[in-house]
Design a binder for this molecule. Structure first.
Ligand SMILES: Nc1ncnc2c1ncn2[C@@H]1O[C@H](COP(=O)(O)OP(=O)(O)OP(=O)(O)O)[C@@H](O)[C@H]1O
Length: 291
């Protein structure tokens, strides 16, 4: 578990908030470094001066009341907000030594390395196998087509290996290995969501962004996703938005608390945030006084 040693912020203005950040350190490397990030939708500001280093190979939970900017922040981490016309992003997000907002960043490559899983499972209406192999085929990493075969390049073995590895990685293999050619839409909601996670793994990401991945699922399916998220963090950096504070407390290593107005109010070790929050507003939020 990453150990974030200190964190605080209670000030009312952006400047005060920044000034009150204490030095903090965690074990291990930084996967994503966010600096002075502002986001606007038209004239409305959705995020204000966010600074945040996200440690690699751990689970970072983003919590806060509805509309505080959690999803907006998550989308900033792989430039999904580029798809929203009204959205304007200022500041930097450093990943692998580069600012992902630089003009020359290849968005396809970026989103291969920083994948996303959405709230509602959205598998392609194709077979389970094709859901996994679609991305790598599109990127030209595997080719099992007729021309490839005629040219002596037939990646069917690689495809089989990839499908099994990703389904195992998403804790779904045991449930579906004997029906890989069945349509993915025939799976349960929880299975579909794990398939979407497997699909995200298939292109070889370093980071997985998850926007309330269990909110549409029943308690048993939710518990499987939670176990999976914890396992994934052994190999991947996971950033997860959740409305469910118990879920954040159960599965995350560090927690970022956003509050209304798009402010990051507290960020630190999950146990500390839940047991000993530094700011009154965060304590009020996590004890259910508002939100
Ligand atoms: N596409 C958009 N166009 C305009 N405003 C938007 C858009 N998406 C989000 N917003 C606004 O930005 C603010 C932050 O929204 P966001 O969805 O990031 O919050 P959230 O914390 O994820 O909320 P929730 O928990 O309800 O999903 C809100 O005021 C929202 O209305």
């Amino acid at each position: 578990m990453s150990q974030i040693e200190t964190q605080t912020t209670t000030g009312e203005t952006e400047e005060q908030i920044r000034d009150e950040w204490l030095e903090y350190e965690f074990d291990g490397e930084t996967a994503l470094s966010v600096e002075d990030l502002d986001v606007f939708y038209g004239n409305d500001q959705a995020l204000q001066s966010i600074d945040m280093d996200i440690p690699e190979k751990s689970v970072t939970a983003l919590i806060g009341p509805s509309g505080c900017g959690k999803s907006t922040f998550l989308r900033c981490l792989n430039r999904m907000n580029d798809r929203i016309d009204a959205a304007r992003v200022e500041g930097t997000v450093e990943f692998a030594g580069e600012n992902i907002y630089d003009d020359d960043v290849n968005l396809v490559e970026l989103r291969k390395r920083i994948g996303m899983v959405f709230q509602s499972p959205n598998p392609f209406p194709k077979s389970i196998r094709e859901n996994i192999s679609y991305g790598p085929r599109k990127h030209g990493d595997i080719d099992t087509g007729l021309v490839a075969r005629l040219l002596g390049r037939d990646d069917r073995d690689e495809e089989e290996e990839l499908v099994e590895r990703c389904l195992r990685g998403a804790a779904l293999w045991d449930e579906v290995h004997d029906r890989l050619d069945d349509n993915a839409l025939g799976l349960s909601g929880g299975q579909q969501q794990r398939l979407c996670i497997a699909r995200a793994l298939a292109v070889g990401p370093d980071v997985l962004l998850m926007d309330e991945p269990a909110s549409a699922l029943d308690p048993i399916a939710t518990s499987k996703i939670e176990d999976l998220v914890e396992d994934l963090a052994e190999e991947y950096t996971v950033v997860i938005v959740t409305h469910n504070m118990q879920q954040a407390a159960r599965i995350s290593d560090q927690t970022a608390v956003f509050l209304t107005g798009g402010e990051l109010v507290e960020y630190g070790d999950t146990d500390q945030i839940f047991e000993n929050p530094q700011s009154q507003r965060v304590e009020d939020y996590i004890t259910g006084k508002f939100g």
